[in-house]
Design a protein around this ligand. Sequence first.
Ligand code: NAP
Length: 252
Amino acid sequence: MNERTHPLFGQVAIVTGASRGIGRAIAIELARLGASVAINYKYSRESAEEAANECKAQGVTALPVQADVTRQEDIDRLLETTVMYLGQPDILVNNAGIASHSLLIDTTETEWDHLMDANLKAPFLCSKAVLQYMIHKRYGRIINISSIWGIAGGSGETAYSASKGGLIALTKALAKEMGPAGITVNAIAPGVIDTDMLSQLDTRDLAMLSQETPVGRLGTPQDIASVAGFLALPSSGFITGQIISPNGGILT
Ligand code: NAP
């Protein structure tokens, strides 16, 4: 393995919420490109270990690290463990997130705070934690996983849409702050992707969403992972502050 065959060779990536779904596919994609990967999870230890084994099968080092990324002390531990076992981070993917479906008038303050903590505060805290290393190296790639609802707004998902819209604004502002330091900051705003996050929807809803999507299907985690892999490349250094939306044409 070398930089020619594996463009992320020698680099270290942290992927939050990488035990399942989109985060897991991104971790495996970054490993395929040659990066060592910290596989963060909150509860799903077994799945995180499986994800780490899939990464290791690509010939890289991978480490499952439990941390609730809404808590500063957990993030400190995530960073300490990553630096100690893999090295200083070059790539951060802020993927961990939660969804909730309720009208604004039915949303409690606790639910609102919970969503904002997971979807917006966690990327703020994790970005701050990795930036101390990236600024020193004058190199870094931060990739935030937003949503089409952060662009368009989704009825019945006001709090979720607000958290993901906030993440888009954070991406654009941080890209301007960090451009001079050689660090790019971009967001991916996926359409409807077939993961556990859709478990609240029944098969009729899912069929309807497929039909409404011009390409005629739901997205897969790999549809998002390919974009994340591209943004993570050293050769993607002129792309920053951008919101890329792999969504099958449902939002244009
Ligand atoms: P998922 O299958 O529900 O997986 C969520 C992941 O986040 C899990 O690994 C979970 O860990 C982790 N997580 C949640 N809260 C955490 C916390 N506080 N600390 C650490 N890890 C935490 O979700 P997904 O569909 O892959 O979604 C991934 C991201 O894509 C989310 O930000 C989501 O908003 C966004 N997105 C999803 C879709 C979609 O249609 N699926 C569309 C647009 C955007 P455990 O397994 O340990 O619980």
